[in-house]
Design a protein around this ligand. Structure first.
Ligand code: ARG
Length: 470
């Protein structure tokens, strides 16, 4: 290496120990600039706080610290406005920033890495990055909740069959069904918030693995960067990627919910169900079958879920064999982490637009509540209220259903009263009203049930959560 190369920072940060160094092919293999450059702003923010602390602690002069800080800030704004572009030949984002700084400040720039290693630097960058992007993802989740609640509000009385085993089970309402997904999404948001509490810990000062012999003020750096705490163990701090695992686990669960909901949308869009019609903006056609209007976006979200799971498995597998402390395997975390974040946020956004513009076929849903004997439980409950033990009531209702099936009737209410009463003296004419699907929903009046007043309570609670978080 010539001294001019050292001066301009074009060679790897660690080149000094090497006479000739790794081959170009080797360097191309180990570089991560194409992945980690999205953390440029975070890397700079960390260096600004670090350099400021070095100056205040008298480890470098206040004058040098000021020069470093203002030069770093200039680099940040130039990157932001595009007057400086990231050199794709740099080894990683840390090397690039430090290289530019050294180009501009010479020896002063070479002081920024005092008491620091890229091992604690990358841990800081990732935490800063996640602290920046996860709240936005959480807001997108709550925007989807808001969208679903708006739809639920107008469908409090829209009956739909509730399913178990994808067989008609008991009537519910569309509002109740949509609120069910809202609660899953609220938990998803909660998991991200929870992950953020453990992300909120500052690792700088852990050095490569064993801290530093220089009198760094770790608390000051944490305070400057707005962290609540500092990491407690330097070995743990440079080895820990729980924050990646937790984030991608939370995203995997979020994607599970989106995927399951998409599965319903695909099913509901069929001619057989016809519960929902997606807008043209969020449907595709077929190159061969002119009649087709396909729910491709729901299918793509369902499909991309597997890629987020893949990222989680990649991260878990990457971690499982690593001894303390830093190992280069850890560099591979970012591709999986960023991929999971990108997929989740684009799926959330697309899903929200897709569902917001869909048309709901309430008439068809309500029609599907009759037939299929989704009111058989109500017949049994009627008999229970008249004193029959539930098991006996269940048997009576089952015999009534069997008689309907044997006579080709799809609804218990089509049975003439004398035939109905032949199964139990306790059955009186008011049973026909009880067996109406709307009555079946109204009667389910427990907290958390589908009775519209109970669903209104859910809607109010969800609305408060949305307003509290957006
Ligand atoms: N690019 C590395 C990463 O992402 C930074 C740390 C490099 N440290 C090292 N000892 N090679 O993990």
């Amino acid at each position: 290496m010539s001294s001019i190369e050292q001066e301009t920072g074009k060679s790897p940060l660690w080149h000094g120990r090497f006479a000739s160094g790794p081959s170009e092919k080797a360097l191309a293999f180990e570089t991560s600039i194409h992945i980690d450059s999205r953390m440029a702003a975070d890397d700079i923010a960390g260096s600004v706080a670090h350099a400021g602390m070095l100056g205040k602690c008298g480890i470098i002069t206040g004058e040098d610290a000021d020069k470093i800080v203002s030069s770093l800030k200039k680099i940040a704004s130039e990157l932001e406005n595009g007057t400086l572009t990231i050199d794709s030949n740099a080894e990683d984002i840390h090397s690039f920033i430090e290289g530019v700084l050294t180009d501009r400040l010479g020896d002063v720039g070479r002081k920024v890495h005092t008491g620091r290693s890229r091992n604690d630097q990358i841990a800081l960058d990732e935490r800063l990055y996640l602290r920046r992007v996860l709240p936005a993802l959480g807001s997108s989740i709550m925007t989807l909740v808001d969208t679903l609640v708006r739809i639920a509000k107008v469908h409090l009385d829209t009956l739909m069959p509730g399913y178990t085993h994808l067989q008609r089970a008991q009537p519910v309402t569309l509002a109740h069904h949509l609120c069910a997904w809202c609660w899953a999404l609220v938990r998803d948001k909660g998991r991200l918030d929870d992950a953020l509490t453990r992300i909120d810990v500052m690792p700088l000062g852990s050095g490569a693995l064993a801290g530093s012999g220089l009198p760094l003020d770790r608390q000051a750096v944490a305070a400057e960067l707005g962290f609540s705490a500092i990491t407690d163990n330097s070995l743990d701090a440079v080895s820990d990627r729980d924050y990646c695992l937790e984030t991608v686990s939370a995203l995997s669960i979020l994607m599970t919910h989106l995927s399951r909901f998409c599965e319903e949308i695909v099913i509901w869009s069929t001619e057989e169900f016809k519960f929902i019609e997606l807008s043209e903006a969020w449907s595709t056609g077929s190159s061969i079958m002119p009649q087709k209007k396909n729910p491709d976006f729901a299918e793509l979200i369902r499909g991309r879920t597997g890629r987020v799971y893949g990222n989680l498995i990649a991260l878990l597998t990457m971690m499982k064999g690593l001894p303390l402390s830093y190992n280069r395997d850890l560099q591979e975390d970012k591709e999986s982490l960023f991929s999971a974040l990108d997929i989740s946020s684009s799926c959330l956004s697309v899903f929200t637009d897709m569902i917001a513009t869909a048309t709901w076929n309430g008439k068809r849903m309500e029609a599907c509540c009759s037939g299929g004997h989704a009111n058989a439980t109500d017949l049994a409950d009627y008999l229970v209220k008249k004193g029959l033990p539930f098991r006996t009531a269940h048997a009576v209702a089952a015999r009534v259903v069997r008689e309907c099936i044997d006579s080709g009737l799809t609804d218990i209410r089509s049975l003439p009263f004398d035939r109905l009463q032949s199964h139990s003296e306790l059955l009186e004419k008011d049973i026909y009203d009880i067996l109406d699907p709307r009555a079946g929903v109204t009667v389910r009046d427990l907290p958390g049930g589908p009775n519209p007043q109970r669903v209104q309570v859910q809607i109010d609670k969800l609305t408060a959560l949305v307003h509290g978080s957006l």
